[in-house]
Design a protein around this ligand. Structure first.
Ligand SMILES: C[S@@+](CC[C@H](N)C(=O)[O-])C[C@H]1O[C@@H](n2cnc3c(N)ncnc32)[C@H](O)[C@@H]1O
Length: 245
C-alpha cells in the first residue's frame, strides 16, 4: 500500500514514520510513505500557499491552486488514488473506516492548516475525515492517526506482536483486560484463572470480561456487536445483578 501525506510541515513526519510498527511495516514492504510539501506545488517566487479569507475575519485560508496541483500530480501517477481531506466537519474516523482504507491500494491524505482550506476543494477530493470533536492546529496529527491505524491492519505487519482480531472495536466489543508479571503487585492479584492453563476457561473468561467492560463503558457498542446466545445470557445476568463494572 502507498500512503502520501500532503503537508506544509514535512519534517513533522520524520520521527513518527521512522519508529516502531510504522517503520517496520515500511522495511517489510507492506507500506510505502511519501511526504509531499505543499509549497512544492506553488508557482510563484515566494511559494505562497495561503491567503486572507474573502469577506474578512481572522486567520488565513489554504489556497486552491497548490492543493489542486498536488492532487492532480498524484492522480496523474495513479488515477485510483483515494484523496482524503482532514476536517473537523467530516465523518468521524473509526476502526471500520480503518479496515475499509486498509483494503485500498493508495491514499493521499491532505493536512489542512490555519482556518482550513478554500471550500471549493471539495470538488477535487473523495472524502473528508475528522478524528474527533475538537480542533487541532493542523491535519498532520489526524494523518498520523489514520496512517497508524491503517498500517497496523495490513497483512503481516503486526506478526506476533498483537492479534488484531481480538482488539477493541475489531470484534464490536472493547477488548478484555491484560495482565503480566508480577502475579501479585502491592496486594493486587492478577486473576487466578489466567494462570490456570485451561485455555477454554480462559477464553470464556476473556469473552465475558469484554462483554462486562463494553456494557459498563460503551453500552452503545453492544447494539451492533455480533453476540451469540451465551453472550446474551451473560449480559442478561449482568443487568439482573447490576454488576456492570
Ligand atoms: C485549526 S484547524 C481549522 C478549523 C476550522 N477553522 C474549523 O473551525 O472547523 C486546521 C486544520 O486542522 C485539521 N484538523 C483540525 N482538527 C481536526 C479534527 N478534529 N479532525 C480532522 N482534522 C482536523 C484540518 O485539516 C483543518 O483544516
Amino acid at each position: 500500500m502507498r500512503i502520501e501525506l500532503l503537508t506544509l510541515f514535512p519534517e513533522f513526519f520524520a520521527s513518527p514514520l521512522s519508529q516502531s510498527m510504522i517503520n517496520r511495516a515500511q522495511t517489510q514492504g507492506a507500506v510505502e510513505f511519501r511526504v509531499l510539501n505543499l509549497r512544492d506545488f506553488t508557482t510563484d517566487r515566494h511559494r505562497v500557499v495561503d491567503d486572507r479569507p474573502f469577506g474578512g475575519g481572522p486567520g488565513m485560508v489554504l489556497k486552491l491552486e497548490p492543493l489542486v496541483r498536488a492532487i492532480r500530480a498524484v492522480r496523474q501517477e495513479d488515477p485510483e488514488v483515494r484523496v482524503i481531506l482532514f476536517s473537523p466537519r467530516g465523518p468521524m474516523f473509526s476502526q471500520d473506516k480503518a479496515r475499509e482504507l486498509a483494503a485500498t491500494r493508495h491514499l493521499l491524505l491532505i493536512c489542512g492548516h490555519y482556518e482550513g482550506v478554500d471550500d471549493r476543494l471539495h470538488f477535487y477530493i473523495d472524502e473528508e475525515l475528522s478524528i474527533g470533536d475538537y480542533i487541532l492546529t493542523g491535519g498532520e496529527i489526524p494523518a498520523l492517526v489514520v496512517a497508524d491505524a491503517v498500517t497496523r491492519l495490513l497483512p503481516g505487519v503486526l506478526g506476533g506482536e498483537g492479534a488484531v482480531e481480538e482488539e477493541s472495536f475489531q470484534t464490536g466489543l472493547l477488548e478484555y483486560p491484560h495482565y503480566t508479571r508480577p502475579r501479585d503487585f502491592e496486594g493486587l492479584d492478577a486473576p487466578e484463572i489466567l494462570l490456570s492453563g485451561d485455555h477454554q476457561r480462559i477464553n470464556r473468561w476473556r469473552r465475558q470480561e469484554a462483554l462486562r467492560r463494553t456494557a459498563a463503558q460503551r453500552p452503545d457498542l453492544l447494539e451492533k456487536a455480533a453476540l451469540d446466545d451465551q453472550d446474551r445470557e451473560f449480559l442478561a445476568k449482568l443487568s439482573d445483578t447490576g454488576k456492570k463494572d
